[in-house]
Design a protein around this ligand. Structure first.
Ligand SMILES: Cc1ncc(COP(=O)(O)O)c(C=O)c1O
Length: 458
């Protein structure tokens, strides 16, 4: 009996339920009864009673037993209604973003994933990297707020920047948050593509900025409308994904780059360039916009999570001029510095011979999946405005009047996870869309997913 089944927590919870349906002064079961009921020893039962007594729910009267306290009714039902008034209107809305990071229910066909699944992650190389990193002397100590030198040098060399301009952050989302907080004046407008990454929208709104949409077509953001929006809003910050934008998939056309930069320069604005999918390119890609700007307008963000695993929460921000100091300060006040072991592991990973091999395999598998998913969609009558040459999502144009949320709901009921397009727009969507990803399922399951969505649509 002393090695019984219950721990103190289980007994405490059971007692609390009993208290909740008892009146003050009622006597609770004796220690002996509780020992028998829960197959526990006396010390475990006493611990559970003590935990409830500490919260004022019960009183132990020596020699008489344990009784429901007079305060129990109040203590058992805390009144948190004051918080509704104190909190006021909802300032932080992470619902759309959370659907992207929530682990899917087992058995679902996942056509809405922001990250690679474990079969495509460089798991062995990551394991080796973190083991080597953990053995470095002083690895658990503080690190410089801008990041460790080796990792800054790595990002500088792949981005084509100077290592002194690189700031390491715990992932791309934290990088975007620092950029928006650090560069935009409180309450100001920030221009975003329509559609854009939901995480940028949620963060901008959470810090009190006003995301204003600028249309995108198959060649990326429209420079003429960007210039108009900069003029009409007075915005000093533009957030763009010039390469395989999530969710639209478009890459900013070479002939638009100069006009986009000219509009940003003329407005004296910053352009946050989120380059999350460069490593997932299926063919040759243009250089980052950052390479065309010498005067500190473009602030480049490069995350490591997309080509590796969501848990490798490491990204780099590259900025020139006083903006770099502002962003460094924004990061320090946010969470001081990035975990040393994770930075060292990232550095180990990208320097390992397995890294290049991983990227080659990844691109091959992603191409295969895209090339299975696209014809499957077309076969079932889905319209694709463009076929992206990288990234991992497809942007499906539904028919006018079709309800994207209802389709996503019905697909979900048929066991397929998808994202309704409207969540990716800062304002009213111009048409209904569905975002589907091909990074999280093997070819045959992608085809089955498309079939079920088509059936749900019929
Ligand atoms: C375009 C884009 N930027 C940034 C992020 C943030 O990624 P992380 O914080 O994992 O680097 C995501 C994640 O989905 C994304 O799609």
């Amino acid at each position: 009996m002393l090695n019984g089944n219950s721990d103190g927590g289980v007994i405490a919870r059971a007692l609390e339920e009993e208290v909740a349906v008892s009146a003050p002064g009622d006597r609770l079961p004796s220690v002996r009864e509780l020992m028998a009921r829960h197959r526990a020893g006396p010390a475990t039962v006493q611990r559970a009673i003590a935990a409830l007594a500490a919260r004022g729910l019960v009183e132990a009267r020596p020699g008489k037993g344990t009784f429901v306290s007079a305060r129990a009714a109040v203590a058992a039902a805390p009144d948190v209604s004051w918080q509704t008034v104190a909190l006021g209107p909802r300032a932080i809305d992470a619902d759309a973003l959370e659907t992207l990071i929530r682990p899917p229910d087992p058995g679902m066909l996942v056509l809405a994933a922001g990250y690679l699944t474990p079969d495509l992650q460089p798991t062995a190389a990551l394991g080796a990297a973190i083991a080597r990193a953990a053995r470095r002397p002083g690895v658990w100590d503080r690190t410089p707020p801008e990041g460790i030198a080796g990792l800054r040098a790595h990002f500088a060399s792949v981005i084509g920047a100077s290592a002194g301009d690189v700031l390491i952050t715990p992932g791309g989302q934290a990088a975007l948050s620092a950029c928006l907080r650090g560069l935009a004046a409180p309450g100001s407008a920030v221009l975003v593509e329509a559609p854009t990454y939901v995480g940028a929208l949620s963060t901008a709104r959470a810090i009190g900025l006003r995301p204003v949409p600028v249309p995108v077509d198959a060649s990326g953001v429209r420079p003429d409308l960007l210039a108009d929006a900069l003029a009409s809003t007075g915005a000093r910050v533009v957030y763009l994904q010039p390469l395989f934008g999530n969710p639209h998939g478009a890459t900013l056309a070479l002939e638009r780059r100069a006009d986009v930069l000219a509009a940003v320069r003329a407005a004296g604005a910053f352009l946050i360039e989120d380059d999350a999918f460069r490593e997932l390119a299926l063919g040759p890609v243009p250089p980052p916009l950052f390479a065309d700007d010498m005067d500190g307008h473009v602030v480049h963000v490069r995350s490591l999570t997309k080509p590796t695993a969501p848990g490798l929460r490491i990204a780099a921000v590259v900025a020139r001029g006083p903006a770099a100091a502002r962003l460094r300060a924004a990061r320090i006040v946010e969470d001081l510095f990035v975990s040393g072991p994770l930075q060292e592991a990232a550095l180990e990973l990208v320097g390992a011979p397995a890294w290049r091999a991983h990227l080659r395999r990844l691109r091959r598998v992603l191409r295969e999946r895209r090339d299975v998913m696209v014809p499957a969609l077309r076969e079932h009558g889905f319209a694709l405005p463009l076929i992206p040459e990288g990234g991992m999502s497809l942007w499906v144009r539904l028919e006018d009047g079709e309800d994207d949320r209802e389709l996503a709901r019905r697909a979900g009921a048929a066991g397929v996870l998808t994202s309704p397009g409207r969540e990716y727009f800062a304002a009213e969507p111009p048409a209904p869309f569905l975002r589907l990803t091909y990074g999280a399922e093997p070819p045959e399951r992608l085809v089955e997913g498309v079939r079920r969505i088509a059936q749900a649509r019929a």
